[in-house]
Every structure is written in C-alpha cells, then in structure tokens.
Design a protein. Structure first.
Length: 257
C-alpha cells in the first residue's frame, strides 16, 4: 500500500482521502491549498492535488520536486503538463459525482470508472479502489471531459427542465424520476439507439407540435435541441439535425422532416 498526501480539503479531496484510507493506504493531510506546501511531496509515494483546475499549475509549481513522489491531479479536462516540473506526473478522474465525503467515498469504492493517465501509480491507486480503469491520453481529454459533462451536468439540467414543466401542471420532478432511471437502465442494457422511444423517434410531428404549443417560450429551445438529438440518434446522418426553427416549422406542417 502507498503513503499519500492530499492538498485540497474540499469534497473531492476528502472523498478520495476517506476511500483511499478504507482501501488500506496511509493518508497524510489533507492540506489546504493556502498552507505552506513546499515540502508536500516529501516522505510520501503520491501527492494528490484536489483543487480547482485553474489552481493546479500554480500549486504544483509551489511544491518542491521530489523525484520519488508521483504528483497526481483529479481534473478531467487537463493534461499532465500542468504538473511541471515534477518528473512523475499522473491523473485520476472519477466518473461519478462526489457531493459529500461519505457519499463520495462510498461511490469511489463502489466499482466506478476512473480515467487515468501518466504515472503507473495512478492506475495502481484506482485499481485499489476496485475501479474500472480506463486510460485517456492528453490529446483526448477535452472530448472525454465534454462527454462526462453531458452525462452528468446536462442530464441534471434537463431534469431541471422536467421540474419546471411538471410544476406548471402541479407535479414535481419526482413523479418522472422512475422514467428517467428506466431509460438509463435501457441504455445500459440495449445501447442508446435501441433504448430511444418517443415521438421524435417515430416521426410523430403532431405530438411534437402539441408539446411546443404547451411549453412556455423559454423552454422551447432546449426541447427543440433535444428533438434534433433524437433524430440524429434514430437515423444517424439521415436528418438535417434541425434547429428549433426547423423543428417548429416541421411541427406546423410547413416543411418535411
């Protein structure tokens, strides 16, 4: 097992500290990013920088180089260059939200996917958490992180729209969460294309027109964008992936899909 020091006492840092400790590693810290971190790499196998992306490079530069210590960050979007001048560099990014220490630690120990790069100790630590380990190269990080944001942030934002639309008829978002969970389970079992249902998938433009009529104007852009995504998924490359304007014209019967 490894000795690890963490800089960053926030949700990610404390979640990793708790999970790695439960996995049998020796934990030091966490330090605050405003502490004296010049000697943070001394006496440990790994130093994990659990701070916001825009602080990683400056923080790494403040830590004196210790050639035997692997310096790791938890960013999904950044490469390893931000960890200069340290010779042993790596990254670990979990594909799971870490909202609190306890929930985060439990999720990290629950077989989640962790994307790694660089020093082999990053992979070793991820394996010790029973993670599904995937390697993501620096040149692929932006696309990888975009996919992660779509999978989490965008899904949450869409459920926020569900909440707004549902509240307009006296319901809450909870009434629709079973539907969302089942859809995600179907994606896992069948794949996205086979799991897709609904009016856009079957070309039911009359229903889409009724939806647009019922929605508040501020909700139509997101709805139209999602109709376009459904069309692209249902028939890849065969639709014009219509914008909201095109969707509205199709729904009104002015143009063919």
């Amino acid at each position: 097992m490894s000795s690890i020091r963490i800089i960053g006492p926030g949700r990610a840092g404390t979640s990793f500290a708790e999970a790695l400790g439960r996995a049998g590693h020796s934990l030091h810290g966490p330090l605050g990013r405003h502490d004296d971190v010049s000697s943070a790499a001394d006496g440990v196998d790994a130093l994990i920088l659990a701070v916001p992306d825009d602080e990683i490079a400056e923080l790494a530069a403040r830590v004196a180089v210790q050639p035997s210590c692997a310096v790791l960050h938890l960013s999904g979007s950044l490469g390893l260059d931000v960890l200069a001048p340290h010779p042993r560099r790596g990254s670990m990014h979990p594909l799971v939200p870490l909202p609190t220490t306890e929930i985060g630690a439990a999720r990290l120990l629950g077989g989640v996917t962790i994307a790694v790069a660089g020093d082999e100790l990053a992979s070793s630590l991820a394996v010790s958490l029973a993670a599904r380990v995937v390697e993501v190269l620096d040149e692929d990080r932006a696309a990888y992180h975009a996919a992660a944001c779509i999978a989490a942030n965008h899904v949450v934002a869409l459920l926020g729209q569900v909440e707004r639309v549902a509240s307009s008829i006296g319901l809450d978002a909870g009434a629709f969460l079973g539907l969302a969970r089942a859809a995600i389970e179907d994606v896992e079992t069948l794949g996205p294309r086979a799991a897709l249902t609904g009016p856009a998938a079957r070309g039911d433009w009359a229903t889409i027109a009724r939806h647009l009529d019922a929605l508040a104007p501020a909700e139509r852009a997101a709805y139209g964008a999602c109709v376009a995504l459904c069309l692209e998924l249902a028939a890849p490359g065969q639709s014009v992936a219509p914008s909201l304007d095109v969707v509205e014209r199709v729904a009104a019967g002015d143009v063919a899909p």
